[in-house]
Design a protein around this ligand. Structure first.
Ligand code: ATP
Ligand code: MG
Length: 263
């Protein structure tokens, strides 16, 4: 049988400390794509903005308990997880309360391992656990990286994207050495791509020559359907399956499965 029946899930962080680069769009659509491909998926919203929660069709303001309570040890993942009504995956929701975790965690032992410990106790019923990180290299993001096997970095092919990238790659290396030896950079995902823009093509070429097979083959185009979908509480791949954006994220799910499961 395929490896996907393994007992431990693959835990993947979607991270980039730059804001607005497509982390949440990637997390939601990858979750829905993997679920559509028959995988059991949990999406952890590690951002107090709660965009992954809302974009999965779950009202962040009505959930009494959420990731905050998990991180401070007052709830388990199973107790707070909610089903995305149309997405086919489970979500650990977040809202503004999560910002308080930064402060509460400071005085705790193993403060960067709280998410990891929570996943160890209740994550075994999933094939994939995706973590949507906030646009910071904060204690929250550190919890994500400490819990993960791999990091997916969505990026726009712009000049300044490369500058921030080295900080993130160095952070991943530091976490790998000091906190979590399982952690690997899985790949860079080019998002909001427009091949007609010469600079984007140039940056894309540069990325490939520098990171070679760490750059995913799939490219996510700029596509308005992906941007519209969250206002309906739907992943883009559910909102308009036939759109270029949806097809690209489904292809990305397939590429990821190929990389991770068929070794
Ligand atoms: P933050 O750093 O605030 O968490 P983020 O990195 O999670 O942001 P998103 O929220 O996913 O980024 O995307 C930023 C904006 O770009 C959103 O309005 C989203 O709908 C839009 N967007 C993301 N990907 C695409 C795409 N491929 N085509 C068109 N619009 C996109
Ligand atoms: Mg986001």
């Amino acid at each position: 049988m395929s490896e996907r029946l393994q007992a431990t899930p693959r835990v993947l962080c979607v991270a980039n400390q730059k804001g607005g680069v497509g982390k949440t769009t990637t997390s939601i659509n990858l979750a829905a794509a993997l679920a559509g491909l028959g995988r059991r998926v949990l999406l952890v919203d590690l951002d107090p903005q709660g965009n992954a929660t809302m974009g999965s069709g779950i009202d962040k303001s009505t959930r009494q308990r959420n990731l905050y309570h998990v991180l401070i040890g007052q709830a388990t993942i199973d107790e707070v997880a909610a089903s995305s009504p149309e997405g086919g995956y489970q979500v650990v929701p977040a809202n503004r309360e999560l910002a308080g975790a930064e402060i509460d965690l400071v005085d705790m032992d193993d403060r960067e391992r709280q998410l990891d410990q929570a996943i160890q106790t209740s994550g075994s019923k999933y094939d994939y656990i995706l973590i949507d990180c906030p646009p910071t290299l904060s204690l929250l993001t550190l919890n994500g990286l400490a819990a993960a096997d791999g990091v997916i970095i969505p990026m726009q092919c712009e000049y300044f994207a490369l500058e921030g990238l080295s900080d993130l790659v160095n952070t991943v290396k530091r976490v790998h050495h000091n906190i979590n030896p399982k952690l690997n950079l899985i790949g860079l995902l080019r998002v909001m791509f427009d091949a007609r823009v010469t600079l984007q093509q140039q940056v894309s070429d540069q990325l490939q020559s520098h990171f070679s097979d760490k750059v995913f083959e799939t490219v996510i185009p700029r596509n308005v359907r992906l941007a519209e979908a969250p206002s309906y509480g739907l992943p883009g791949v559910v909102y308009d399956k036939a759109s270029r954006g949806a097809k690209a994220y489904i292809a990305f799910g397939q590429e990821l499965i190929k990389r991770l499961e068929q070794r």
